[in-house]
Design a protein around this ligand. Structure first.
Ligand code: PXG
Length: 463
């Protein structure tokens, strides 16, 4: 059923959008030439645009709509909370019931002694909190010079100045500068950077860069290491199996905090409640956002272990956001967590859908333009290449071919994104096997059409 909604013609909406709405991560002037696609409604795994096209959303919005679109229970939770108490803050010795209930639930869900939550409005804000909290923690312990945070190239930790500095995106660093005392090591991207090494040796080498950095910078200077269990926005870079155990050894050996950025990996995305469980680590702090409310309301936070919470709590931490622990967002998040749990959505995704998706997704490597396919739980990527054996890049700027395939996906009503020349997926956890079949069929068709274009433009050759 396609609903004809009562809105202006698409071209008029697009013109107004181009005139007044500044888009994130976009070349704004481009919108006057090609208008943005206007999304009008959604249900389950499907979006509809202003022209009535039905689109399969294999990205769950921006990696966040884990529960799927259109759950009335979440809307009703927001409505009830807005009527009861639409806003109150948690500064100045006040609190409220939704923030208490959500904190208790998160302490229950999070592994080990991660029992304390500091809220933010987004993942970026939460990572800014983490920078300040990690440094404050060491200062409280009499080591104010232990303030360097180690992160990874091509990591994404958000767009605020602090979170962006933690991230390892050089294009972002180039615009406006970075905060000091953040150090980046290389990422575990074997496909692009592994050369002749075996994936396992490469994983060890990349992990040991952390140890080298700690020794070079000095253990007494390094406050923390932050990493996504599996890099998401960097292109769903699934590390070799050897990588995380070696990182864990290093983190256990040296006196630094481990911060797991679970903004994408959390809340079922990798098959467990948290990506940390999937890769076998016990962090001191976890960054959360996105799937916490399935994107229905903005909320983020840091889940903090007992010891860090105790040290940081020993003095006034001069930090906090107006919307931290917003009652409506907390109520929505609680309802989201209730449904994910009670309907067994995380378990079903892991046990039924993820194995099916893995089998089908890995089948894409039979396509002549697809090298590796990597998938963990419900996040995956394929590497596009003109030559599989040598894992070669195309004879074009990185991302040229990825963009062409993405455009074909868009035209074929599939939201599958590109990061450089990798195509990525992160569907709602409620995706069905039929949806998976459709996803793969549309992906295959888009790859075929993309490859035809790549060949026609003479780009189907190694760089
Ligand atoms: N950490 C990680 C691991 C993320 O993926 C953030 C922090 C920041 O969260 P907020 O809520 O401030 O956006 C993110 C966000 C993309 C894309 O294009 C990815 C994100 C955001 C926007 C676009 O893949 N991830």
């Amino acid at each position: 059923m396609v609903e004809i909604s009562n809105h202006m013609p698409t071209a008029e909406l697009q013109a107004l959008d181009a005139a007044h709405h500044m888009h994130p991560f976009s070349t704004q002037s481009g919108f006057t030439k090609k208008g943005a696609r206007v999304i009008t409604r959604a249900k389950g795994t499907r979006l509809w645009d202003s022209e009535g096209a039905e689109i399969l959303d294999a990205m769950a919005g921006l990696w966040c709509v884990n529960i799927g679109y259109g759950r009335d229970e979440l809307a009703e939770a927001a409505y009830r909370q807005m009527k009861e108490l639409p806003y109150y803050n948690t500064f100045f010795q006040t609190t409220h019931v939704p923030v208490i209930a959500l904190s208790q639930r998160l302490a229950e869900l999070a592994p080990g002694d991660l029992n304390h939550v500091f809220y933010a409005g987004s993942g970026s804000e939460a990572n800014d909190t983490n920078i300040r909290m990690a440094r404050f923690y060491w200062a409280q312990k009499g080591k104010p010079e232990k303030n360097i945070i180690i992160s990874r190239k091509n990591a994404y930790h958000g767009s605020t100045l602090g979170a962006m500095s933690l991230g390892g995106m050089s294009g972002m660093h180039a615009q406006g500068g970075v905060v000091q005392n953040v150090h980046h090591i290389d990422q575990p991207n074997w496909w692009s950077e592994g050369g002749d090494m075996s994936p396992e040796d490469f994983g060890i080498e990349r992990a040991q860069q952390l140890e080298k950095a700690i020794l070079e910078l000095g253990e007494d200077r390094v406050a923390a290491f932050i990493a996504e269990p599996i890099q998401g926005a960097g292109g769903v870079i699934v590390p070799p199996d050897s990588y995380w155990p070696e990182l864990k050894r290093i983190c256990d050996q040296y006196d630094i905090l481990l911060i797991a950025d679970e903004v994408i990996c959390g809340f079922g995305r990798t098959g467990n409640w948290f990506g940390s469980e999937t890769v076998g680590i016990q962090p001191h702090i976890m960054t959360i956002a996105k799937g916490l409310s399935s994107g229905y309301a903005p909320i983020g936070g840091s889940i903090v272990c007992d010891e860090v919470a105790e040290v940081v709590g020993g003095d006034e931490f001069n930090h906090g956001y107006t919307y931290a622990g917003h009652p409506v967002s907390c109520a929505v998040a609680l309802e989201n967590l209730r449904i994910l749990d009670e309907e067994g959505i995380v378990t079903r995704a892991r046990e039924e859908i993820a194995p099916y998706l893995k089998e089908k997704f890995e089948g894409l490597t039979e396509h002549p333009m697809v090298g590796e396919a990597k998938i963990v739980g419900m996040m995956g990527s394929i590497a596009l290449t003109p030559h599989k054996e040598s894992r070669a890049a195309f004879a074009a700027d990185a991302g040229t071919v990825g963009y062409m395939v993405r455009e074909r996906c868009f035209a074929n009503n599939l939201i599958m994104r590109h990061v450089g020349d990798r195509m990525i997926i992160s569907p709602p956890l409620v995706i069905t096997k039929e949806d998976v079949d459709l996803l793969i069929a549309r992906a295959w068709q888009s790859l075929d059409e993309g490859m035809a274009q790549v060949k026609a433009e003479g780009l189907f050759k190694p760089a």
